[in-house]
Design a protein around this ligand. Structure first.
Ligand code: NAD
Length: 303
């Protein structure tokens, strides 16, 4: 197949590109390199340095490449930033997505795969791990932009008659995650502790997240080329890992012996989060494989 991967120079997108190339697919990356980097690019993929909001350029790329599928990972993916300054996030994550859907419809793609969020989609759910049947209730413009992205996909897929599949990821970690961003705690703590510097935990350390290793995410995206039709699935372990536990696991791996510094909670952040994975297992035959200790070890080795 020929697949356009947007955000293919970023953290998750570049691992998806690697998995697609390895499986023998032709890959075209569209990325404007705002948070992505050329060094993440797979040399076998064709690269267009283009903004997904640029209608003319996106049209020209689709016209020339005639992709079978689009895997859409390009986004502004920062919760706190979206609360501070919402318009850029909504512009890239909604208008940019619509732009790709319009081009996909015009040039008759067969499938559109989307990277949505589980962590920022369900508000503060009563039951954890949370399943896909829980009504979306985003608490940040970032979460809202992903929900709107999902809706535009179902709308245009129906209008043009192409297939789609939506992932709602938990917290993804692994090599190539930006250690200078606001999230990506494994990359941030990993870089700091390896340099002997003290990490900050926002809150008292009891806040939880569900951590999935990026290669497991890439494998789900590979499965979704063939399986899954018009569905939305969570991708997670269904397990809550506290900030304290993630710090301790990283500190152990990095031989860091000091304590973390504690600071007040940041606005807009969820207190607890974990996602069920039964639907992904049923539809894709996917379940996570790389355990936390192992994933952290592999990540630390790259920092
Ligand atoms: N990292 C996570 O834990 C997580 C969780 C849930 C969902 N996601 C989603 O997965 C996707 C990838 O996230 P990531 O963590 O790899 O982030 P990332 O910042 O590493 O990747 C995003 C990529 O999109 C590119 N990009 C941004 N704006 C663009 C634009 N206007 N035009 C073209 N390219 C643009 C960036 O340069 C970057 O390469 C995002 O859609 C994000 O919302 C990530």
């Amino acid at each position: 197949m020929k697949i356009i991967v947007t955000g293919g120079a970023g953290f998750i997108g570049s691992h998806v590109v690697d998995a697609y190339v390895k499986a023998g697919h032709k890959v075209v990356v569209v990325d404007n390199l705002t948070t992505g980097s050329r060094k993440n690019l797979n040399p076998k993929a064709k690269f267009y340095k283009t903004d997904i909001r640029d209608a003319k350029k996106i049209d020209a790329i689709f016209k020339k490449e005639k992709p079978d599928a689009v895997n859409h990972h390009a986004a502004i993916a920062e919760v706190v930033k979206s609360l501070r300054d919402p318009l850029p996030t909504l512009d890239v994550n909604v208008t940019g997505t619509v732009n790709l859907l319009l081009a996909g419809g015009r040039y008759r793609i067969k499938k559109f795969i989307f990277s949505s969020t589980g962590g920022a989609m369900y508000g503060s759910p009563k039951k954890i791990p949370v399943s896909e049947s829980v009504e979306p209730f985003p608490l940040s413009p970032y979460g809202l932009s992903k929900l709107l992205g999902e809706l535009t996909i179902t709308f245009y897929a129906q209008m043009y008659g192409f297939d789609y599949f939506i992932f709602r990821y938990a917290n993804v970690y692994g090599p190539r995650q930006n250690p200078n961003g606001e999230a990506g705690v494994v990359a941030i703590f990993g870089k700091l502790t390896k340099a002997g510097k003290q990490p900050i935990i926002y809150g008292d350390g009891s806040k939880t997240r569900d951590y999935v290793y990026v290669e497991d995410i890439a494998r789900a995206n590979l499965l979704a080329l063939k399986k899954g039709h018009g569905q939305t699935v969570n991708i997670g372990w269904g397990k809550e890992i506290s900030d304290k536990k993630i710090f301790e696991t990283i500190a152990r791996g990095a031989s860091y012996r000091d304590k973390p510094r504690y600071a007040p909670y940041r606005k807009g952040e969820l207190y607890r989060s974990a996602l069920t994975n039964a639907k992904a297992k049923k539809i894709l035959g996917w379940k996570p494989k790389v355990k936390l200790e192992e994933g952290i070890k592999r990540t630390l080795a790259t920092l």
